[in-house]
Structures are given as C-alpha cells and as structure tokens.
Design a protein around this ligand. Sequence first.
Ligand code: LLP
Length: 421
Amino acid sequence: MDHFIYHDGILHAEKVPIPGIVAQVGTPFYVYSTATLERHFYLFDDALKEFDHLVCYAMKAASNQAIIKTLAALGAGMDVVSGGEYQRAISAGVPTDRIIFSGVGKTRAEMEMIVRGGVRQVNIESEAEMLILDEIAQANSEKVPVAIRVNPDVDAKTHSKIATGKSENKFGIPISKARDVYAMAGKLKGLDVIGIDVHIGSQVTDLEPFALAYKKVAELTKILRADGHDIRRLDLGGGLGIPYSRSNGPLPLPKDYGEMIGREVGHLGCELEIEPGRLIAGNAGLLVSSVIYIKQGEERKFLILDAAMNDLVRPAMYDAHHEIIPVKEPNDCADSVIFDVVGPVCETGDTFARECTLTSLKDGDLVAFRSAGAYGAVMASEYNSRPLIPEVLVKDDQFAIIRPRPTLEELINRDKLPPWL
Ligand code: LLP
C-alpha cells in the first residue's frame, strides 16, 4: 500500500496534488511519501516485535538525508556500504550504535573512518579485510564488534545481477569455511566477534530461499557456539521483494517474513537485525515526468518523455518494469493507446516500456512511474549532460524540495580545464 492516490481526478502524493509540485520544481523529479516510508518501516518493526531486534534501513536504496532522518526518527538503524553513506547517516543524526557497516570491498580509509567514528558492527566479507580491520582497531586501541558474512550457496531466484547468495557470487566467505575463519577472527585482539551476517539477494519474492539460508545460519550458530564463540547477534540481510505491477500476484509480506524468521532462528536467543531497502523506499516514491512529444513510427507509437535512462536506469539495466500512470486520472470511457515509452537519450536502451497500454496522451501531459523510490535517484547519472533531477518529500499536505535541480552552470563548472587549454 502507498499514499499516491487520485483525488478529484488528479494524482496526489498524500494530500499534495502532483501538478502543484510540478508548478514549483518542473519535471522530471522524484517524490517520496513520508507516510509510506513510515508505514513500511513499522511493518518490519512489528514483524519482529517478539524479538530483541533492529531494523537497519539499507541506505543504498534511497539515501537522501531527509529520508534517513525520517526513518531514524522512528528508531531505524542504517546499513551503510561506503564511507559516503556512513557520513550521510552521521550528518542526518543517526547514532553510531545504530549504523552497520557492510560492503564487499571496504578500503583502509573507510575502515579508519568508522573505527574512529564508532559503529554498531562491521560485517566482514573476507579474511584479508578482517586482518586490516584488526590492525586498524588495535592501532586505535579499539575492539570493533564484527559479524562475518557467510555465503550460504542458496539460489535467491531473482535477477542474476542482484543475486548474492550463490557460491559463484563475490559476497561473503563460503559457509563451508566459516569455522576456520571464525577461529582466526576469535584470536584477533582488535575484533569482538559477536555474530553472523547473511544476505542472499534483492527483489526476492519467495520466502523459501530466505528460509534455506537462515536454516544454515541457525546450524552454524550452534556449531560456532560449541566452538566457544559468543554468537549473540544475527544480521539476516535485506532483499524482500515488492510488487512492481498489479499482475505480480500476492507477494510475501513483512509479517510472513517475520514469522518465517521466528521459525528458523527465533529459538537461538540472538538479537536480530534485518536490512530492508527496497520494501521501505520502493513504493514510497514516484518519478514524475512530462510528455515531450508523441511520435508515430512505421510500426509503433512512441511516447517521448523528459525523463530518461540516466534518471531511472532500472529498465535499461535489469529489464525492470515500472508501472506508468497518467497524473490526470483517465475516465472510464477514455481511449487506450499502445505506446513504447522512451526517454530522449541517444540510445535504444533508453526505453522504459514496450507496448504499454496507456490512455491517450498529448504533449505536456504528466505521467508518473510507480515504485521508483528505491534504486531510482541513487542510481541516476548525468549522462548526456542531463543534471540530476530534484527530489521532493511530502508529508501530509506539505512538500519540500530535499535536493534541488542543479543549474547547467553548476554541472558544467565542475569541469576544470588543464593549464595548457
Ligand atoms: N543488505 C545488503 C548487504 C545488500 O547488498 C542489499 C542490497 C540490501 C541489504 C538491501 O536489499 P533490498 O532490501 O533493497 O532488496 N540496484 C538494484 C538492487 C541492488 C541491491 C543491492 N544490495 C535494483 O535496482 O534492483
């Protein structure tokens, strides 16, 4: 459920009519709903309420500080994967004991930053990284809480580019080697080995792969405890998928996910962490765009929008589907037209949808891409010298620009000419 609904024939974000935002910021832009962000956070928080737990929002999904602050105010922790995300979380006022530092290739500089700044836990991804973290921790007279990310060799049954839990993926240490790596970690004076971390992939729409992975984590917990490790925290990763189209059928809900977690690992008495990103932010955001032209090709009709693949790369990159709806609600007898919906960027990959049935639209009309809140703005680029598009946050009947549209001068003046030119 989200808070983007038609009222009086016009699409609203909560109580704010989308055309009202367009009048102030122009198109294209991203708009997020505070109520939807909050609702999704609470769905997870409630799902784990029987356990000592922390829901750590995976900031990579949408990392504007206004979004982080909204969630942190509800008690969310943050899962960060770079020094940049760590700094963003700190700037948004997230306490360091609620920040988990993940990521498959943490640099020495990033680890120094978090050891000095403070962190809830570092999720270790390799023996090499573990040794460097230990060295940095000892040099700073710190003992850093760590979980080791294990690769459970489970097929998450999702798009190959976002599956992470198979042995051929670059993530974590093979679960078969876990005992040895934990034994090694236990001897390092700069590390406090507190838990196990696992994350099998993103947009996972079936609970079974999670259950398989968590079963393996439960077995490992018992083995490691018998080896003398005080395993008291399990980080179960993120990845629960969202419906991108109405035909997606019923997907497992956070409540179902929480029950499954309870069944698989609830008996271990560990503090539980989860790292959802997409399910919190995905359906909390729209990309709003205008029609520039309608063009009749030989065989197809093209709807050319002012948003492009640089603004929302998911269709080009993962063949992802985002539902496209008109901002003006179509009435029951409106004609339907089949369009290929495209952006103005100079490649055929800049296609959002093929053979998409929409109502009849004309130049200047507004459309919205649904489910664009996660992995939308954060993956945008300035390809074709198109400035990053603004982000807007709505709360009830108010809205605020949380990232303005840069001017072309700002974009161009970032280039510095060498002295010989
Ligand atoms: N934790 C870790 C360690 C992760 O790598 C990820 C996502 C998450 C949590 C959050 O997963 P979520 O709940 O959002 O599924 N750009 C792609 C998605 C990449 C996901 C990367 N890792 C897309 O647009 O589909």
